[in-house]
Design a protein around this ligand. Structure first.
Ligand SMILES: Nc1ncnc2c1ncn2[C@@H]1O[C@H](COP(=O)(O)OP(=O)(O)O)[C@@H](O)[C@H]1O
Ligand SMILES: [Mg+2]
Length: 569
């Protein structure tokens, strides 16, 4: 299992940019439109230069450029030039629109995949994840990663536009165009070290931001404890340190990003001046040729400038893309696997030499356990803290898979059962049930659309919460939630039991459900569990002697091993 996981994530390792293979159509369409726009622009610029030559010597504008020979009036040439330049502008907007739309679609796809990937990954993986990382990746990083496609497309468009303008200039004045082209390429090489630094710093910003997200998550989650233990200064200081680190590092990245195009432009213009000077001494060409090629090259330089920021921009945003793709690979490698068999009810659960290790090569949390639990009845799971009770509960629920051995349900490996079917058959009550922000009904039904309102009411009644419903302003429709305070700890726990009851499962696993309860709440909970146990298999982890007395059988764990199985007399 583990080795296959590793293989899959290694196989997926590839250059992040090849991820855009599927987007080639959009990139191609955008490049085509950009090239047509650049050609129109080149035509417009040459006409301006030709018209300018006519200002001193009125008459027809004569233009010869390769196979192209035109004979236009001054006004005609200005009008055509204006139309060509306007069309090229419209074309460029359209080219941008195509890539921007694709970029937004990519962000949407990544977000959906990241959320889906997290939900589909196994619990062992989910429980290792820090919340800030999950939030930051699906939130900011997924949005930032889409930038990369836009940058790639823009770079291709700038490159083609530049090529077309330089080719036009070359037809008019080869000397100037050659000097500029060679100089421009050299300049890109000179700027390379800046690119590398930008990429390194940008990856650093991305990881600081993840850390910042984790820190804020902890701060909100632990607000009460932070207040009581006086941790606010420490939290504030650490947030300030992270914010400062993020700010100074991104400042450097921005500076590098903005400087490269400026350097490029300044040197480009200087190069153009030099080239014009050289050309004028060795060639005796017309104003149309010199002026036209100068105009084309000026525009060419500005495309080249956009191209020069390509490297910096790619360096700035690829770390986000890499993180998003990495996360997607991890999720894929850790997908929770279910079988196809349907299951109507749990009759027997048989542990067959089950062992479980949290960390590869670490010590066993569960060691060689073989035991059978049958329906109906209450099985108590007892043992000192750390003896492996919660781990065993998670193994029964299929939240974790045994490292060795197997868990047979009705004689079949529990891994064989289909997800939906399995989830309807088993249920769980944790030590402290958590509320979602929603109505009381929603908290009990808990996203199971097939649960009816009548079932919710019956479950609420079974755990003795009818009084609570009456005291709430809007009864079942009252919004309750983790940050609202109308519900006490004991009531919250009973809502958790009602949530488990309402699914009508045949196997209940309860992990110390009464440890934080007052006697009245415990009595209600045990009453509900007793009546359940007449038809269901109940496995309850407990420390309380009063709860233990309700059990039919007690399984005792010691350091992950089965130490005894005793009937309760
Ligand atoms: N998520 C985890 N990662 C690594 N070790 C864990 C994890 N959860 C529990 N353990 C270890 O497994 C052992 C059994 O823990 P647990 O099943 O929680 O015991 P119990 O519920 O009986 O107190 C302990 O040694 C504990 O430290
Ligand atoms: Mg426990």
């Amino acid at each position: 299992m583990l080795s296959r996981r590793r293989d899959r994530s290694q196989r997926g390792k590839r250059s992040s940019l090849t991820h855009f293979r599927r987007e080639w159509k959009v990139v191609f369409a955008s490049a085509l439109i950009a090239s047509i726009s650049a050609t129109a622009e080149a035509g417009g610029l040459v006409l301006i230069a030709a018209a300018a030559e006519q200002i001193g010597t009125p008459g027809a504008v004569e233009l010869e450029m390769g196979p192209l020979a035109l004979d236009l009036t001054f006004v005609q040439s200005l009008v055509i030039s204006a139309l060509l330049i306007a069309a090229s502008g419209a074309g460029r907007v359209l080219a941008n629109y195509l890539t921007i739309r694709k970029r937004a679609a990519l962000t949407r796809r990544w977000r959906t995949q990241l959320v889906g990937g997290f939900l589909a990954s196994d619990f062992a993986h989910q429980s290792e994840k820090r919340r800030g990382e999950v939030l930051e990746t699906a939130g900011q990083h997924a949005a930032a990663a889409g930038h990369v496609l836009e940058i790639l497309a823009n770079a291709l468009n700038s490159f083609l536009s530049m090529l077309i303008l330089v080719a036009g200039a070359y037809a008019l004045d080869p000397v100037v165009a050659t000097i500029l082209l060679v100089g421009g390429a050299g300049l890109l090489l000179v700027l390379r070290p800046m690119t590398k630094r930008a990429k390194r710093l940008s990856a650093r910003v991305a990881s600081i931001d993840v850390e910042f997200g984790n820190h804020l998550d902890e701060m909100v989650r632990m607000a009460k404890d932070i207040e009581v233990f006086g941790g606010s200064r420490w939290f504030g200081r650490k947030a300030a340190v992270l914010a400062r680190e993020s700010a100074t590092t991104s400042q450097k990245v921005f500076l590098l990003n903005r400087s490269a195009p400026v350097i490029y432009q300044v040197f480009g213009l200087l190069l153009l001046l030099g080239a014009l000077a050289i050309s004028s001494t060795i060639n005796a060409t017309s104003i149309t040729a010199i002026g036209g090629s100068a105009l084309l090259l000026l525009r060419g330089i500005s495309y080249g400038q956009q191209l020069s920021s390509f490297q910096q921009n790619i360096a700035r945003w690829t770390p986000y893309l890499e993180n998003v793709l990495h996360q997607l690979e991890v999720y894929e490698a850790r997908t929770n696997e279910f079988g196809r068999l349907e299951i109507a009810s749990v009759e027997t659960i048989e542990f067959d030499s089950v062992s479980y290790t949290y960390d590869e090569g670490g010590s066993e949390a569960i060691l060689d356990i073989s035991v059978v639990v049958k329906r109906p009845g209450i099985t108590g799971l007892v043992g000192a803290s750390g003896s492996g009770k919660s781990t065993l509960a998670q193994l029964i629920l299929r939240l974790r898979r045994p490292t060795t051995g197997s868990i047979l349900v009705n004689g079949i490996d529990s891994a064989e059962f289909a997800a939906e079917s399995w989830r309807r058959t088993v249920s769980f009550v944790p030590q402290e049930a958590e509320l979602i922000h929603g109505t009381l009904t929603e908290n009990v039904a808990f996203f199971r659309e097939w649960v009816t309102e009548a079932e919710v009411r019956a479950a609420i009644e079974a755990v003795g919460l009818s009084d609570l419903v009456e005291s709430l302003e809007e009864g079942f429709d009252t919004i309750i939630g983790p940050s609202l305070r109308q519900v006490s700890g004991g009531q919250k726990q009973r809502i958790g039991i009602a949530r488990a009851l309402v699914g009508r499962p045949s196997l209940f696993v309860l992990d110390e459900p009464t440890s934080a309860l007052d006697d009245e709440s415990e009595a209600w909970v045990m009453k509900a569990i007793r009546s359940l146990s007449e038809t269901c298999a109940v496995i309850i982890i407990t420390h309380r002697a009063s709860t233990r007395s309700h059990c039919d059988i007690l399984i005792r764990l010691e350091n992950g091993r089965l130490s005894s199985i005793d009937p309760v007399s």
